[in-house]
Design a protein around this ligand. Structure first.
Ligand code: COA
Length: 258
């Protein structure tokens, strides 16, 4: 792969989008590479949690590649949106947790990529925004839908209609990110977060993601039914016996991901 690197160590897969000459903007090839990378990671037992970051120290992802925009017909624009949405939905539907380590500009498709991740941590230098309206277009990789769901309609419309960029502190205040770390320490700190999750029952973490996303946006009663079914299914796993037994025996659990 030319623009997407994967490095797996200690259960953590670090995915780096590296197209620094264009601030890691997403063209069709980057999307293809991201898709095949996430398809591969599904089946890699040594990758239990995934961190996505941007190559270099300036940008996470500066958006979809704008150079493609002028020649797009409206029919092609529709396919362009569906393509990005499909790849980001693949990421969001991962049953291995996906964490965005936002190390710089997360604009347009870059902000939308972070939104499709399960957790987001920013460096102090990170800048977030949905500047599509400045180009006379709208967010098309999930921004008009995932941003309101994450931070509320009012705050989302502020970003989506003004196109303004916000720094890490403002993003934290809006609930757009889970935490902020110094740039030099970002990856190390995000890996610490990942290692805490890695200690938990992997099946339990996967069922948590499944239930939370399946219920999101549905009426509470439907969400609770989804939760009860997931709670039932997790009791089919071996790890839940190990979890309770280890607690009663006052020792750390040894989960087998079964
Ligand atoms: N698509 C295509 N190319 C992009 C890009 C994008 N989304 N974002 C940055 N680039 C390219 C620039 O065209 C430039 O390429 P060049 O050197 O061949 O001319 C290179 O990346 C560096 O960007 P530059 O604008 O010179 O850096 P900067 O530090 O002055 O500004 C940004 C950084 C992020 C503020 C600015 O690049 C920007 O506004 N990018 C577009 C963000 C955006 O609107 N994203 C949403 C797209 S829908």
């Amino acid at each position: 792969m030319e623009f997407v690197r994967v490095d797996i160590q200690g259960g953590i897969a670090r995915v780096t989008i590296d197209r620094q000459s264009k601030l890691n903007a997403l063209n069709a090839q980057v999307l293809d590479e991201l898709e095949s990378c996430f398809e591969d990671l599904k089946n890699k037992a040594d990758a239990r949690i995934i961190i996505i970051t941007g190559g270099g120290d300036k940008s996470f992802v500066a958006g979809a590649d704008i150079s493609q925009f002028p020649s797009l017909s409206s029919a092609e624009a529709y396919q362009f949106s569906i393509r990005g949405q499909t790849v980001f939905s693949l990421i969001e539907s991962s049953l291995k947790p996906v964490i965005a380590a936002v190390n710089g500009f997360a604009l347009g498709g870059g902000c939308e990529l972070a939104l499709a991740c399960h957790l987001r941590y920013a460096s102090t230098e990170a800048r977030f925004g949905q500047p599509e309206v400045k180009l006379g277009v709208i967010a098309g990789y999930g921004g008009t839908q995932r941003l309101p769901r994450l931070i509320g309609l009012g705050q989302a419309l502020d970003l989506l209609m003004s196109g303004r960029m916000v720094g890490a502190d403002e993003a934290l205040g809006m609930g757009l990110v889970n935490g902020i770390f110094d740039g030099a320490e970002l990856m190390e700190k995000v890996e610490e977060v990942a290692r805490v999750i890695l200690k938990q029952g992997p099946q339990a973490v996967a069922f948590t993601l499944k239930a939370a996303y399946a219920g999101a946006g549905r009426p509470l009663a439907e969400g609770l039914a989804i939760e009860a079914a997931a709670f039932r299914d997790v009791f089919e796993t071996e790890d839940r016996i190990e979890g309770a037994t280890a607690f009663l025996e006052r020792r750390p659990p040894e989960f087998k991901n079964r």
